[in-house]
Design a protein around this ligand. Structure first.
Ligand code: MRU
Length: 368
């Protein structure tokens, strides 16, 4: 599977050059351009402008980015080094608010710094490198396991509707929502995938259609307002989406348009699955009301992708980038730890307990 994507990597770290390398996603599918990011401003801009996007890929970029920027810090005393770290952390956190993976990755890098505060700064930097690479590797392993669990919910020949891009381009490898599609492809499931174009930034048309075509999957592109048509025709047996932040009660923030799909899926009796790593579950967020929804510029709605502006100059525009799907419309949430069904709190608490146990065990083995 990995080989399928060797020349299509959303984010990687060039240790020699001390730079984060991203595949510039706003140029896809027309051009495949890689950017090298080595300053905090360049990392911030890449995340903010969606040159790299998708919740896990944003988290990995932030982890690599804070390592790269801290490596260049001249501080020799821990307190000075930590001050520099905090400045970069706060700056990165301001780039996009909704995907929890961004702050979760930065918090994990901070824990690594604080745990190693007694070491010389040069060795703290080495620990940061290990931690950032571990975040990436764990994401790849999680995506694969999500794919295995989710595939157990699907049958050969099914029609699958997906929204936005929760595939290889949004993570380290495989994807979240698209992981079972790739695994099914390898095992001859012959899924028929319908990709919503996903207004206004067209992640479905530009990215999902691109990467699934690249992998030889049977993919049909539809406009967002056509989802109900393909459902009514009986062409869709499952809706599968990714997620940017899952509240403890199961309410889920994902690309705007997701909640509408969930409502339609309920109407037509189609299962609606959310797929994502447990790092997307926010322990501090009891329900969807606590999720901050990013609002973006009006030009994304009025001008972007059109040869000329398509709305009156003075029209008011509302452009929320995400919406919240209530837990009661979600059939199951699939993570690397398994498949959760309502009530979600209980399963999430159990998973967090398991995670703490695992990381205590791994931590004691890998500490210097
Ligand atoms: O604005 P984007 O492109 O970062 O939004 C991405 C999504 O909403 C994805 O569905 C989500 O991040 C899951 S990525 C595996």
């Amino acid at each position: 599977m990995g080989q399928l994507f060797t020349d299509l990597q959303a984010v990687r770290l060039d240790v020699e050059a001390n730079a984060v390398i991203i595949l510039e996603q706003t140029s896809l599918p027309g051009e495949k351009v890689y950017l090298s990011l080595s300053t905090k401003e360049a990392v911030w801009d890449a995340i903010h402008r969606l040159k790299v996007r998708g919740a896990p890929a944003i988290g990995i970029t932030a982890a690599y980015g804070i390592y790269v920027c801290c490596k260049s810090l001249r501080a020799r005393k821990f307190d000075d080094f930590y001050k520099g770290f905090v400045e970069i952390r706060d700056y990165f956190e301001s780039s996009r608010p909704t995907a929890v993976n961004l702050s979760a990755a930065l918090e994990r890098m901070e824990r690594c710094v604080l745990r190693n505060r007694e070491l010389p700064v040069s060795r703290i930097k080495r620990q940061m490198l290990r931690e950032a690479l571990a975040i990436r590797d764990e994401d790849a392993a999680s995506c694969h396991r999500i794919g295995v669990y989710a595939l157990s919910l699907l049958r050969p020949g099914m029609g699958i509707l997906t929204h936005c891009n929760a595939g290889h381009l949004a993570v380290s490898e495989y994807g979240t929502a698209l992981a079972p599609v790739y695994l099914g492809q390898q095992q001859g499931y012959n899924f028929k995938v319908y990709a919503d174009e996903t207004r206004p930034l067209l992640q479905g048309a530009r990215l999902t259609a691109y990467e699934l075509r690249y992998a030889g999957v049977d993919i049909t592109l539809i406009c967002d307002n056509m989802a109900s048509v393909v459902m009514r025709k009986g062409w869709v047996q499952a809706v599968i989406v990714g997620c940017d932040r899952i509240a403890m009660n199961g309410d889920t923030a994902n690309k705007v348009g997701t909640s509408g799909l969930a409502i339609m899926a309920r109407h037509y009796g189609i299962p609606f699955y959310v797929l994502g790593p447990t790092s997307t579950i926010d322990r501090r967020c009891p329900d969807g009301n606590a999720i901050v929804i990013e609002e973006r510029g009006s030009e994304e709605v009025t001008d972007m992708w059109y040869a000329r502006r398509m709305a009156p100059d003075d029209v008011k525009v509302y452009n929320p980038a995400f919406d919240v799907t209530p837990a009661n419309l979600i059939t199951a949430i699939v993570t690397e730890r398994g498949i959760a069904r309502a009530p979600y709190n209980e399963t999430f608490e159990r998973w967090f307990g398991e995670e703490e146990k695992d990381s205590a065990e791994t931590g004691s083995k890998t500490e210097e």
